[in-house]
Write a protein that binds this ligand. Structure first.
Ligand code: 13P
Length: 344
C-alpha cells in the first residue's frame, strides 16, 4: 500500500466505502455492554471487536478503515493473530484514537465546556502507533450549545488543539481525522437546527483557520463533522431533506475543496436516519469532496444487540453489522432508499 498521506486519505473515502469507529474507551464500551447484560473484560471486548473485523465481506467491500482504541491496536485474536492483521488482510486500514478525552475547560463555563487533551507526548505516541500499523488517527473536540454557549474561548482552544494534533500526525506519516463535534445529545440539547448551523459554521471556520496557520496539508486530512441537525430535546425536528440541504450548504461555505473527504459522525441519530441523511446529501451531487460515514453507534448498535455477548450469536451479529455497512455504503453513493432496508 502507498504510504503518501494524500493517497491514504483518498483511500479512506473511496467510492462506496467509509470508516468504522470502534474506538470506544473502556468506560464507553462498558456502558454499551451494560445494555446487553455483558460484562466488559479485555476478552469480551476483544471477542466483540474480533466479530466485527472478521465480517470479511462487509469489511472488504464497505469499510475503508477502522478507528481503534489503544487496547485494541495491541490485541490478539483467539487464534493468536493480531486484530490489526485481520483488518489489513481484507484491505481495511487501521486507525487509532489518540486524544485523551474532553476535560473541563478551566474558567467560568467549566461545568459545561470542555477542551480535548492529549498533545503532550503525542509525537512519541504517534511514532509507536505507526509501527503498530496505524495510518490514520482521530482526535475529537466537543462543543456544547447551551444558553450563551459555546464561548469563543472554547471554540478557539479546541480548534487550536485540533490543528496541533493534525500537524503532528502528518509529520508522522499519519492522516489526521479532524473531528469537531457540535453535540446533538445530552442535557443541553434543546437548540434548533439553525443554532446548530450557526455554531457549526463558526467552529469549522475557526478550525480551518488554525489548520492553515499550522501549515497542515489539507489534501492529507479527513474532516469528521456533525451533520446540521436539531438538538435531541428540541421540539421542532427538521425533515431529512432539510438536514441534507443545510449540512451541504454549511460545508460548502466552510470546507476547502482541497480536502479529499468528509466522513460524518452519527452523534446519536438513529441508524436509519444517519443513513438516510448521508444518502440524501450525496444525491444532491456536485460536491467537491467525497461524503461518507465514520459511524460508531449507527454502525454498531444493531450488531451489539444481535450478539448480546453470546458466542452462539456471532453469525447474527456479523449479519447485522454487514447489513448496516451495506446500507451506509449505498448512502455514500447516494443510492440508498427505505426499500433496501426491508429487502435485506
Ligand atoms: P458516533 O457515530 O457514535 O457519534 O461515533 C463516532 C465517533 O467516532 C465519535 O467520536
Amino acid at each position: 500500500m502507498t504510504e503518501k498521506i494524500e493517497d491514504i486519505a483518498r483511500a479512506l473515502v473511496a467510492p462506496g466505502k467509509g470508516i468504522l469507529a470502534a474506538d470506544e474507551s473502556s468506560g464507553t464500551i462498558k456502558k454499551r455492554f451494560d445494555k446487553i447484560n455483558t460484562v466488559s473484560t479485555e476478552d469480551s471486548r476483544r471477542d466483540y471487536r474480533e466479530m466485527l473485523f472478521r465480517s470479511t465481506d462487509a469489511m472488504k467491500n464497505y469499510v475503508s478503515g477502522v478507528i481503534l482504541y489503544d487496547e485494541t491496536i495491541r490485541q490478539k485474536a483467539k487464534d493468536g493473530s493480531t486484530l490489526v492483521s485481520i483488518m489489513q488482510a481484507v484491505g481495511s486500514i487501521p486507525g487509532i484514537k489518540v486524544d485523551m478525552g474532553a476535560k473541563a475547560l478551566a474558567g467560568p463555563t467549566a461545568a459545561i465546556e470542555t477542551v480535548t487533551e492529549g498533545l503532550d507526548g503525542l509525537r512519541e505516541r504517534l511514532a509507536e502507533y505507526h509501527k503498530l500499523g496505524a495510518r490514520f488517527a482521530k482526535w475529537r473536540a466537543v462543543i456544547t450549545i447551551a444558553d450563551g454557549l459555546p464561548t469563543w474561548n472554547c471554540v478557539k482552544a479546541n480548534s487550536h488543539a485540533l490543528a496541533r494534533y493534525a500537524a503532528l500526525c502528518q509529520e508522522a506519516g499519519i492522516v489526521p481525522i479532524v473531528e469537531p463535534e457540535i453535540l446533538m445529545d445530552g442535557d443541553h440539547s434543546s437548540h434548533d437546527i439553525n443554532e446548530c448551523y450557526r455554531v457549526t459554521e463558526w467552529t469549522l471556520r475557526s478550525v480551518f483557520r488554525e489548520l492553515y496557520d499550522a501549515r497542515v496539508n489539507l489534501e492529507g486530512i479527513i474532516l469528521k463533522p456533525n451533520m446540521i441537525v436539531a438538538g435531541q430535546k428540541c421540539k421542532t425536528q427538521p425533515s431529512a431533506a432539510e438536514v441534507a440541504e443545510k449540512t451541504v450548504k454549511c460545508l460548502k461555505a466552510t470546507v476547502p475543496s482541497s480536502v479529499p473527504g468528509i466522513a460524518f459522525l452519527s452523534g446519536g441519530q438513529s441508524d436509519e436516519l444517519a443513513t438516510e441523511h448521508l444518502s440524501r446529501m450525496n444525491a444532491i451531487g456536485g460536491l467537491p469532496w467525497a461524503l461518507t460515514f465514520s459511524y460508531g453507534r449507527a454502525l454498531q448498535a444493531a450488531a451489539l444487540s444481535a450478539w448480546g455477548g453470546k458466542t452462539e450469536n456471532v453469525a447474527a451479529g456479523q449479519l447485522a453489522f454487514a447489513h448496516r455497512a451495506k446500507m451506509n455504503s449505498l448512502a455514500a453513493l447516494g443510492k440508498w432508499d427505505a426499500k433496501q432496508e426491508k429487502a435485506a
